[in-house]
Design a protein around this ligand. Structure first.
Ligand code: HEC
Length: 230
């Protein structure tokens, strides 16, 4: 297997970490819809964790949406989210008004931070109930679960808009044996690599199902870049 020490972490901090002005959060969408159906409201639930750790209660998050092909000058529609009663967990109901894709951004109401998702496909109608339940692709989940905030993945141009905090090791060009990612996500305290000195950063337990973890693993393994030394 290709699991090895993480010298990438130290270099990543020096080269690419943005300054941590104010604060940052990890936003995790619980069940990311694989697609939306036009004019059909869909509720998305998400957890906001300050610095990836404590659930952030007492904020007023919202979700910003607009058709993905709209000009960037088009105002996003702001949908207020409501607290669920569980600290740090909020929900909002969004509706896509045209077929294509919906651009979705979560505003956690915290120091101007934004958690943009990858565009969610919007279809005219669902062919069958089974179709509407398929797991979203790993790339979209890597973003929507908040992995992207801690793990640099600069070998994927689709993630260029994402803000990255150098907390976890860079996952560029990394591949993992079957089951590794799912196990890591389920119990992050297991499979801990030897981190460079002075690093005690821990990976949080996020709302990720086994099927979602497998989808993320597929995504990571498909992104191998030959030029990255292994
Ligand atoms: C708050 C920051 C944070 C978030 C969010 C996060 N991780 Fe991590 N991750 C870490 C840290 C820190 C480590 C290294 C320490 C450890 O293994 O516990 C790590 C380690 C890993 C490793 C092992 C790397 C290696 O080669 O040993 C994998 C794989 C991984 N994370 C995947 C994920 C996935 C997938 C997600 C999203 C579902 C995610 N992480 C979310 C911080 C984070």
């Amino acid at each position: 297997m290709s699991h090895r020490p993480l010298f990438a972490l130290a270099t990543g901090v020096a080269l690419a970490a943005p300054p941590l002005n104010g604060g940052w959060v990890v936003t995790t969408v619980h069940e990311l819809p694989a697609q939306l159906v036009v004019d059909q409201p869909a509720t998305i639930m998400f957890t906001i964790r300050q610095h990836g750790e404590s659930p952030l209660a007492g904020v007023s998050p919202s979700v910003l949406v607009r058709p993905a092909d709209a000009s960037f000058l088009t105002m996003r529609r702001r949908v207020e989210a409501t607290p669920t009663g569980k600290p740090g967990v909020y929900r909002a109901t969004i509706t896509a008004t045209q077929v294509g894709a919906l651009s979705v951004e979560i505003d956690p109401d915290f120091h101007g931070w934004r958690s943009p998702l990858l565009d969610i496909p919007v279809v005219a109608r669902v062919a069958s109930a089974a179709n509407s339940r398929t797991t979203a692709p790993g790339q979209a989940l890597f973003v929507a679960k908040g992995c992207v905030t801690c793990h640099m993945k600069s070998d994927d141009p689709a993630l260029a808009e994402q803000r990255w905090i150098a907390v976890g090791p860079a996952l560029n060009g990394r591949t993992y044996p079957a089951g590794f990612v799912a196990q890591k996500v389920k119990d992050p305290s297991a499979l801990r690599p030897t981190l460079p000195n002075n690093t005690s950063a821990k990976m949080p337990v996020l709302e990720v199902s086994a099927a979602e973890a497998e989808a993320i693993a597929l995504y990571l393994n498909s992104r191998r870049v030959a030029s990255v030394p292994r």
